[in-house]
Design a protein around this ligand. Sequence first.
Ligand SMILES: *Cc1c(COP(=O)(O)O)cnc(C)c1O
Length: 363
Amino acid sequence: MSRVYNFNPGPSALPLDVLQTVQRELLDYRGTGISVMEMSHRSSQFEQINGQAETLVLENAGLSGNDYRVLFLQGGASLQFSMIPLNFLPPQSVADYVVTGSFAEKAHKEAQKIGRIHVAATTKESNYSTIPRQDELQFSEKPAYVHITSNNTIYGIQWPYIPDCGDAPLVVDMSSDILSRELDMSRFDLIYAGAQKNMGPSGVTAVIIRKSLLEKQRDDLPSAMLSYKIHADADSLYNTPCTFGIYIIWLIMQWVKDMGGVKVLGDINKQKADLVYGSIDASSGFYRGHAAKEARSGMNITFRLPDERLEKKFVEEATKAEMIGLKGHRSVGGIRASIYNAMPLEGCQALVSFMDDFARRNG
Ligand SMILES: *Cc1c(COP(=O)(O)O)cnc(C)c1O
């Protein structure tokens, strides 16, 4: 077996321990004689997996099941861009969006098709290298909700604080940094994340929603599939969910817990990011980080080299050195190292020795 360090932005690396458990249980899940893939979503075994996955997501997030539900939906984080305004933006209201990157732009664009939207701030003019400060956020009078994107996966910027938006429900796209650092998650009313970055495989979107918000949803939705309340009442089993994906999320939630929880992972993630940013900062301008220092992402580290030829060479040589997935997104160019929870410290150490050596040889 030959595993490489996987810096892919998503789908991305999964913990090896979890993959090995999946492999062990693939043909005969804990004495059932069948695979989880072959199991009814209505079976008691699957209901257990589903229920425990919800409980562990809440536990790892530091939230109480009295106040929140966790839903496992399909359609990606991208469907949430529509579901949120469909459910929570009534015709006479306005929703506020803070636009800090490409996915935030998409969320904003989809919401505009559904209702009245106000942009509370955008950092497009800095080419998404910054996050607005609290005093730069201009909320509307009484927004139906405020939407932010906690980590910009493509440009590599992350909110260093949770904005205060008064009484308005705070909705966050946390696809690329959920459970990666200690945060007061109870500041949010709806948290959503495509699982394929920090929680599991592609095919499932986790939605953590405050129960009291469920009561406020619109009742004129065109499809039951678009209703959070229907999914919540059915424990995510209104229709057939992505059962195998939910199973892997459950295993990963156990792994997070076994690692010591989000606080411990957050400390490791900080060490990982500090190493890579340290190499950028010590390179005398050979590597140029995209993000402003105070907005640097702990998950997606983006940087440029002196020219595109060197960037191509960097990716090729890194691949030969068994580090893959480092090519930046086409809209930013350069290099992006995605270092989600499942990337071990050793992976970042290997990347940094490669970076230091590459700069010495080519600088
Ligand atoms: C990846 C990503 C998305 C898109 O997720 P899909 O599951 O592919 O729809 C949305 N928002 C953020 C912040 C992302 O990183």
